[in-house]
Design a protein around this ligand. Structure first.
Ligand code: ZN
Length: 311
């Protein structure tokens, strides 16, 4: 997460210009609200190249692959604790379960420009906030010795509408997740931070690792964020993307301690609550970083980058 403490006019101007360039070149198509885009074939080709490079970095060590829906079971979503920590970012799904009369009322409201969603009721699915969240509810209650590793990918929803192209409401994360004993999780996190830096530097990006914290909500959240920094639980790999003024996180390496092990009831082989960690490549943000670095025409990118992405 970029951390601006004061409004920065230069940064805002640069972000608007980058967005305009992405739209004018046809890389992205405005999805109708801030932070929502349709992707061109050219953009998606870059994303798939990045995905292949990430996957290749995990070949033989990443574990089974899982590709997740943008939706997850609401019961599993509740266990992630996102409700407590990031209520301002979440999204839930409403569905229509009414009668003919309710339908008539809904249409009347929609026609009158009123809030027709008031006629919906909550579904048993929620929008996924982070790719690895979908994994934990499917793991065995006792994690075998040495831990479990998975390579996962999924759509994430974050309600933070912005004109900054790096802040999309809907995006994909390609993650490498480890669940096991504390040492398994920390070793995994640290190894992937190094590997991630190599992978991204290999694409010609100006990257560095930085200690970071998540944007926890509210007063209690400030303490959680301070603790996260103090315990160095989170690192981000940052790069200049939409502005020269602030570096943007394009990947993150997170040690969750026993958080998900506790809420999902996972036990490590030592009998304690399982620990977990994940390393996530932000696919859209890496794609944007490449476009910012190498230009809007991938045919003119350096040969080393092209051959890495599309071998
Ligand atoms: Zn994760």
């Amino acid at each position: 997460m970029a951390q601006e403490t004061v409004p920065d006019e230069v940064a805002q101007t640069e972000r608007a210009a980058f967005r305009a360039e992405l739209l004018a070149s046809g890389m992205l198509i405005d999805g109708g609200v801030d932070g929502l885009y349709q992707r061109s074939g050219a953009f998606e080709r870059i994303v798939r190249g990045v995905e292949a490079v990430a996957s290749q970095a995990g070949a033989g060590i990443g574990g089974p692959q899982r590709y997740f829906s943008p939706l997850m079971a609401k019961a599993a979503f509740e266990r992630t604790d996102y409700l407590r920590s990031f209520p301002d970012l979440i999204g839930a799904i409403g569905v229509f379960r009414g009668t003919d009369a309710d339908h008539t009322a809904l249409l009347r409201a929609a026609h009158a420009g009123e809030d027709w969603t008031a006629f919906l009721t909550p579904a048993d699915v929620a929008l996924c906030s982070a790719a690895c969240h979908s994994l934990y509810s499917t793991l065995p209650a006792t994690i075998p010795e040495g831990g479990l590793r998975y390579e996962v990918q999924g759509y994430c929803f974050r309600h933070e509408p912005s004109i900054d192209p790096v802040r999309m409401q809907s995006f994909r994360m390609h993650e490498f997740v480890c669940v096991g004993e504390a040492e398994d999780a920390v070793t995994h996190r640290n190894a992937w931070l190094e590997r991630g830096l190599e992978v991204l530097a290999g694409l010609g990006l100006d990257v560095q690792a930085e200690e970071a914290n998540d944007p926890f909500f509210g007063r209690a959240g400030r303490m959680l964020a301070a603790n996260q920094r103090e315990m160095t639980l989170k690192f981000e790999i940052t790069s200049p993307v939409s502005t020269s003024q602030v570096r943007t996180a394009i990947a993150s390496a997170n040690y969750h301690e026993s958080h998900f092990g506790g809420t999902f009831g996972l036990t490590a082989i030592d009998g304690g609550v399982a620990h977990s960690s994940c390393f996530g490549f932000g696919l859209e943000r890496i794609c944007l970083a490449l476009l910012a670095r190498h230009g809007m025409n991938p045919d003119q990118w350096p040969e080393s980058v092209r051959s890495a992405l599309w071998r």
